[in-house]
Design a protein around this ligand. Structure first.
Ligand SMILES: [Zn+2]
Length: 681
């Protein structure tokens, strides 16, 4: 620990005493001084003129920021830059095109290899054996970046293609040609050179956090209240927090629902505060009263120590593993920047602003009043998971199952029917065939997923679960969601003009199209929804889901900021801070709407521990979904989808501006909710 802090201080000192040098690589063997790389830049500018200055400056400093004694001497560095800098526009164009083509070969084949090695794990292909897990977990591309630094390919790329920050992409991107955008994506390829042992360490702590989370169960039949009553079945074992939350949601109907919900809520609070007795986790040998926090064995109270902050040990380890990577990421030297500016390509501040605007909107109180009226009681904190806006179709489940089953008795029938699905949505027969020829249907082991291709010539995979007796409505509804992903994946690979731009800005964009398809599932079946409230209920349901997850995400972000400000904190400090932040966010946006102040509830999400800073992707997806729906309402669905989803991976802002005319905004979902409030009473 001390050695680590010392190392970090050294790096910071080196970086800060050399202003203007972007070299922040943490490798102690970094070789090239600022003066040395300036000399190389001057040489290039003298040779190629002022026009080459920006690229020479940034390219050379990028090479310097990664060059170590392993890569050669300072003279080797000088020669490498002088020999390999491409100055002509034509030369650069050709180079970009070739890199794009080779990248497609690599990512396409690695992706195909990964999918093929996972066939038994992913598909309904018989029992999984040890060898399936061994091949399935093998990552053939794990050493690719390292190899490309070693054989100088990565240096060649970073010398010639500047990496742009998110801010630069947003400011300059509007004036970039498609070729310039593709070049900017080439510039993103090698923004870090992290030693493989640090990547391994990161994978290790993530896996450990994942295992901790996935094996954290509460034995519900062993919970008692102050009157020693139990409410849950003896064998009910629920994983935190997903199953606990879902059980809580399911108790809006049925006997003793409210008592069960209050009990689950007490359990959740004890987990966040780590007051939960360690021995009640995964253990059916003791009874536990989560209200009094007392533990009983064979009816007798016993002392039982609390969980020793294990939850926060994992979070802290994740933080430290990420922080170890900071020094090797000159462009985004914190994990917060890597997750937001780098991953989502939205700044953390921008996401936070969207969320705080949303959760502080007066519409929240109106929806809360409606929920309170529907429940016939004042709201309590756990009503953040109110589940009564589920839009049930006016068409009975049997009718739907029969219809789906008749159309799709088998996987092959479903695959054969896909072009028809697209035609129903307004795609021409030619375009429908063109897209569906590139999508294959597989029988999934789980409930289904969509795996896109990464090179032209390969197919996207629609994984769906079809039982012996053919497809049912539930399976069909999920399959249409996955099909939406496949259509996005195919359009954004085959119909985007440069491979470097294939895809969408971030995962929220593919989720949006998947939901847009899924919502049209009845229309595709040729059935008409006769429940006039369905659309409004869906709006309210989405609104309330956003209100919940935005709060959790605000806590997640604030916790990461605090960890960066307090890198020396231990697990106890971190726990206290998570509880404090959870209460602060609660008091600001939730207290009064959902009961009393000082509730630590927003710290309960498991993603916070095992998927750091991922939570915000969900509500952003909902916002985008509503914006796109609003835009296409009176337009031709297929034309609009093709127009939007062939833009490729530019920034979210640029994508949305071109797609709907605005940046990402909370307004459409607010408007839809207000409209719903007029109808649903
Ligand atoms: Zn999805």
């Amino acid at each position: 620990m001390n050695k680590y802090i010392f190392l970090m201080m050294m790096i910071t000192a080196i970086a800060s005493c050399k202003p203007g040098n972007t070299s922040q690589n943490g490798n102690s063997a970094l070789l090239v001084s600022k003066a040395e790389s300036d000399k190389v830049v001057s040489g290039l500018v003298a040779k190629y003129g002022e026009k080459a200055k920006f690229r020479a400056e940034r390219g050379v400093s990028q090479v310097a920021s990664f060059w170590t004694d392993k890569d050669g001497t300072v003279e080797d560095f000088n020669k490498f830059c002088a020999d390999n800098f491409i100055a002509t526009e034509g030369g650069l164009d050709t180079l970009a095109l070739k890199i794009s083509q080779y990248s497609e070969v690599l990512s396409g084949n690695f992706n195909k290899m990964r999918l093929d090695l996972n066939l038994t794990l992913d598909l309904n292909n018989g029992p999984i054996t040890t060898i399936d897990n061994m091949f399935g977990s093998y990552d053939a591309s794990a050493h690719l970046t390292e190899d490309f630094f070693e054989n100088k390919t990565a240096f060649y790329v970073v010398l010639n293609f500047p990496a742009y920050t998110l801010k630069e992409k947003e400011e300059q991107g509007a004036n970039w040609s498609r070729r310039q955008w593709a070049m900017a994506r080439i510039g993103d390829m090698y923004s870090s050179r992290v030693p493989s042992q640090l990547l391994l360490k990161k994978a290790e702590v993530l896996t450990a956090a994942g295992s901790y989370i996935s094996d954290y169960n509460i034995l519900m039949g062993n919970l008692v209240n102050d009157k020693n009553q139990t409410f849950f079945p003896k064998d009910m074992k629920l994983i935190s927090h997903w199953n606990l939350r879902d059980e809580l949601k399911s108790n809006y109907v049925g006997a003793q629902g409210l008592e069960k919900q209050r009990m689950i809520y007490e359990v959740m609070k004890r987990i966040v505060t780590q007051e939960i007795p360690k021995e009640v986790i995964n253990n059916d040998k003791v009874q536990w009263n989560p209200f009094s926090n007392k533990v009983f064995a064979s009816g007798t109270e016993k002392t039982s120590p609390a969980e020793p902050n294990t939850r926060y040990e994992h979070l802290l380890k994740n933080f430290k593993a990420e922080r170890d990577l900071d020094a090797y990421n000159p462009l985004y030297p914190t994990y917060i920047q890597r997750a937001f500016d780098g991953g989502m390509e939205m700044s953390q501040q921008e996401v936070e602003k969207l969320f705080t605007d949303f959760v502080s909107s007066p519409v929240v109180k109106q929806v809360a009043a409606l929920i309170s009226k529907r429940l016939g009681r004042p709201l309590e904190p756990f009503d953040i998971w109110y589940d009564g806006f589920k839009a049930r179709s006016a068409i009975s489940g049997d009718v739907l199952d029969k219809k789906v089953n008749g159309l799709y008795p088998s996987k092959d029938a479903f695959e054969a029917g896909l072009p028809k699905v697209l035609q129903t949505l307004g795609f021409t027969p030619e375009k429908s065939k063109y897209l569906c020829d590139k999508i294959r249907v597989d029988g999934a082991r789980g409930s289904g997923h969509a795996a896109g291709a990464q090179m032209k010539g390969d197919k996207a995979r629609l994984r769906t679960r079809i039982g012996e007796g053919g497809m049912n409505y539930k399976g069909y509804n999920i399959a249409i969601h996955e099909f939406g992903h496949n259509v996005e994946q195919t359009l954004s690979l085959y119909d985007v003009d440069d491979f470097m731009l294939n895809g969408v800005p971030n995962t929220a964009f593919t989720e949006a199209l998947a939901f847009i398809f899924q919502k049209r599932d009845l229309e595709i079946l040729g059935m008409k929804e006769t429940n006039p409230d369905k659309e409004h209920l869906m709006a309210l349901d989405n609104f309330w889901a956003c209100y919940e997850i935005m709060g959790v995400s605000l806590v997640d972000m604030a916790v990461w900021k605090w960890m960066y400000e307090n890198p020396q904190a231990n697990a106890e400090d971190l726990k206290n801070q998570v509880v404090k932040i959870s209460k602060e966010v609660w008091n600001k946006y939730y207290a009064g709407v959902l009961g009393p102040k000082d509730q630590p509830l927003l710290g309960i999400y498991s993603h916070m521990i095992s998927y750091p800073l991922y939570l915000s992707a969900y509500p952003v997806g909902h916002l985008i979904d509503f914006q796109i729906e609003e835009k296409i309402r009176d337009k031709k669905f297929a034309d609009e989808v093709m127009r939007m989803y062939t833009q490729g991976r530019i920034t979210p802002k640029a994508w949305m501006k071109a797609a709907v005319g605005n940046e990402i905004s909370i307004n459409p979902i607010m408007e839809a909710t207000k409209k719903a409030l007029e109808v649903i009473k």
